[in-house]
Write a protein that binds this ligand. Structure first.
Ligand code: NOJ
Ligand code: CA
Length: 722
């Protein structure tokens, strides 16, 4: 590891230092910090032009003796003198006490990732502030990278600020124009939306329809959107606002203020409306602004990971990428069932002997069916089989939610845990555990040790967890501080048992997988399941890499080969809005060390030639090249398999398709490779013969150019080069 750490501290009499600058290592970006009329203020420029115009920083604390944070109704633009006098004001009356400059240039190796070594290179400015009227202190640490900015608030140990309650974080991001934005509605409980593409001034008028993309929402406000928020300026600069290392803190949304073209942080409240209980010394998560002259610069940025702490798990030898199939699509499409019985009224949890109840005949997680999946996984070189619906409680999940639903250790009578463990072990395959918590979170925490021990005892080393429904205890939100602490607790505890975690419906990731690499996946966005619930927008997978995936890998579950869902279940007329070739491309364009081949066995057996790509594609990479991209239109990515001279290329396209020549100059010179190209057949689009594809094999070298590669509308192509 190469590491240079430079540090300099400058102390000066208060009030004499008014402003400080720091430049990025390449000198092209500049961060200027100043105190404007007592308010901490920053500006970010690139090539001398503002990217973030002067923006204030600070906090509104909860008023003492106030029951609710929200009754304060504080709006930054309406701050009054009365507010400024209050102890709740932690945004004005500041002076700059001192500052420090640091820099770092190091490279580190992730346990798994898009590349085998990551450079962490920044210049840092730490400003130490004092709010004299309340005799309180706050520091702000800025890190400027060549590709953007990270900053966070730090609250040192001090007499007049020990425990405090946040009413709102007041971090501003002032925009410099009416940018184009790709966003999902701000919501405290779901992220499973299609994306909207509007100008900033169009957010409000699109919000109603944006929210209607999901039926169970807790909307955050008429102009509030989620991060990672991707934007493009009129000058063609790409910027992306998100956060890194969100720990013991609520998830941040952004409220767009039309009056001054500014986004302001909007934290997820708890059941009382409070937005964070903090105790000094502590700090906020990092707020990030990734900046690129090209869209692909955003995809190549490692700011989110670099702002997280190195792995806290010392022995990571048990953590590995996982390619899996599963007893899953069957139920998602409605062909099979999670529940063993439909005799709901006869079930008394903890008392019922299920083997005495009539089976509904559609229970997919039965021993024979799971064995079929184990055989299929073993034959095709998959690591694991996910099995959902194996445990008691699914028949009336919502009805039971009042006290408890699942205990995570009691199988239905037709699922033989011991026998399946033996069978899977014999075949060299793992079964992936499923914990649907039903969002009964205290119930889950009470059972967690037993549930993880049960996994260890029965040969499981990975769990998919889920948080469907309103959080119990009631009133908490999926993205509040309380839940964010829970998700991390579940991941840390899993590490004690050497268990890898893939949490669905959990908060959107902020790069914590660097610190806890057993967090190998999250859903936290609209995944493939929605292709069976009405469909995903055609350009969905061209936006996800710029938004959801900025914080960490997504368990998108691609690989659907039959696009007409009514073929699985005649009463489900949903359609997958993708071609088959694009389903292959997603294994490359949507990075994840955890990849599912989500379709059912018979659909793969019917098309072994296309399935070959899923069997071949790597999960872990030495290098990733983002060759061409435009959010909403197309993404073209090439990746080199870790430790092998093999490359995989993927292209996913939106409503206008994509056509390109592809130079293979990234291959090793003087070597002949075998390329297999899987592309949409001529004229194929998501709504026109989506399942027709062509496969072409040819010998290539680093001098080859593949001419006229075409992805249809909602289509794509995938290439393996060995
Ligand atoms: C929603 C998850 O995203 C999906 O993958 C899972 O099958 C269901 N919840 C049931 O837990
Ligand atoms: Ca989900």
């Amino acid at each position: 590891m190469k590491r240079f750490l430079l540090s300099a501290t400058f102390l000066s009499a208060a009030l004499t230092i008014m402003a400080q600058n720091v430049t990025s290592p390449d000198g092209k970006m500049m961060l200027s910090f100043s105190i404007e009329k007592g308010r901490p203020t920053y500006v970010l420029t690139m090539d001398g032009k503002a990217i973030v115009a002067p923006s204030h920083l600070g906090y509104q604390l909860k008023k003492e003796n106030s029951d609710k944070s929200t009754d304060f109704d504080w709006k930054p633009s309406r701050a009054t003198d009365k507010d400024a006098d209050s102890k709740a004001d932690f945004f004005s009356g500041f002076s700059l006490l001192s500052f420090e400059n640091n820099s770092l240039d190091e490279t580190w190796s992730p346990v798994w990732g898009e590349e085998n070594s990551i450079r962490n290179h920044y210049k840092e400015l730490l400003v130490k502030l004092k709010q004299s009227k309340n005799n309180r202190f706050m520091n702000i640490r800025f890190r400027l990278f060549n590709d953007g900015l990270g900053f966070r608030y730090e609250f040192p140990d001090q007499t007049n600020l020990t425990y405090f309650v946040v009413a709102e974080e007041l971090t501003e991001f002032a925009m410099t124009g009416d940018h184009t934005a790709w966003w999902v509605a701000g919501d405290y409980d779901t992220q499973e939306f299609n994306y909207q593409t509007t100008k900033l001034t169009g957010i409000r008028s699109q919000m109603k329809s944006a929210i209607s993309e999901n039926s169970s929402t807790t909307p955050a406000g008429p102009t509030t959107v989620q991060t990672a928020l991707q934007m493009r300026t009129g000058d063609g600069v790409y910027l992306n606002i998100h956060e890194a290392a969100c720990v013991d803190y609520p998830t941040m949304h952004l409220t767009y203020q039309e009056s001054n073209n500014t986004f302001v942080s909007h934290l997820t409240p708890d059941a009382r409306g409070d937005k964070g209980y903090l105790q000094t010394p502590t700090n906020s998560p990092w707020r990030t602004v990734i900046v690129g002259r090209k869209a692909t610069d955003i995809l190549a940025s490692r700011i989110t990971l670099n702002l997280n702490e190195p792995s806290k798990i010392e022995d990571t030898s048990w953590i590995r990428p996982v390619k899996y199939v599963g007893v899953w699509w069957d139920m998602i499409t409605g062909r099979g069932k999670w529940a063993y019985t439909d005799a709901v009224s006869s079930v008394k949890l903890g008392e019922t002997n299920y083997s005495k109840l009539p089976s509904n005949g559609k229970h997919s997680a039965n021993t024979a069916n799971v064995k079929r999946y184990i055989d299929f996984a073993a034959k095709n070189g998959f690591d694991a089989v996910l099995v959902e619906g194996w445990n008691e409680g699914w028949e009336d999940w919502f009805g039971h939610q009042k006290d408890y639903v699942f205990d995570f250790v009691t199988p239905y009578p037709d699922f033989d845990v011991k026998e399946l463990n033996r069978y899977a072990k014999d075949k060299g395959v793992k079964i992936i555990m499923h914990h649907e918590t039903s969002s009964s979170v205290r119930n889950y925490e009470r059972h967690l040790d037993k549930a993880y021990q049960f996994m260890v005892d029965n040969g499981y080393d990975a769990v998919k967890s889920g948080y469907v429904g309103d959080i119990v205890p009631r009133g908490e939100h999926h993205y509040g501080q309380w839940m964010n602490n829970h998700y991390l607790y579940a991941v840390k505890k899993a590490a004690d048992y050497k268990i890898m975690v893939n949490a669905h419906e959990a908060t959107r990731p902020t790069g914590l997988c660097r610190t806890y690499p057993n967090l190998i996946g999250n859903e936290s966005a609209r995944g493939t399941e929605y292709e069976a619930f009405g469909g995903n927008q055609v350009n969905h997978t061209t936006i996800l890499p710029f938004t959801r995936c900025i914080g960490g890998p997504m368990d998108y579950t691609p690989g659907i080969f039959v696009m007409d869902i009514s073929k699985m279940n005649p009463s489900n007329n949903s359609r997958v809005r993708s071609t088959l070739a694009r389903q292959l491309a997603l294994y490359v364009t949507l990075y994840s060390p955890l990849q599912m081949a989500a379709d059912v066995i018979e659909h793969y057996e019917a098309r072994p030639d296309a399935f070959q790509f899923i069997k071949d594609v790597a999960l872990d990479w030495d290098k990733s090249l983002y060759l061409a991209a435009e959010p909403g239109e197309y993404v073209l990515t090439a990746r080199k398999a870790k430790g092998k001279d093999e490359w995989y290329v993927g292209c996913t396209a939106g409503d206008h398709g994509y056509k390109t020549d592809l130079s293979l100059d990234f291959l090793k010179p003087g070597k002949i490779y075998q390329a297999t190209i899987y592309s949409d057949a001529k004229g194929t689009a998501w709504n026109k013969n989506p399942e027709s594809y062509v496969i072409e094999k040819l010998s290539v070298t680093n001098k080859s150019v593949l001419k006229g590669l075409v992805a249809g509308v909602g289509g794509g192509f995938a290439i393996s080069i060995k």
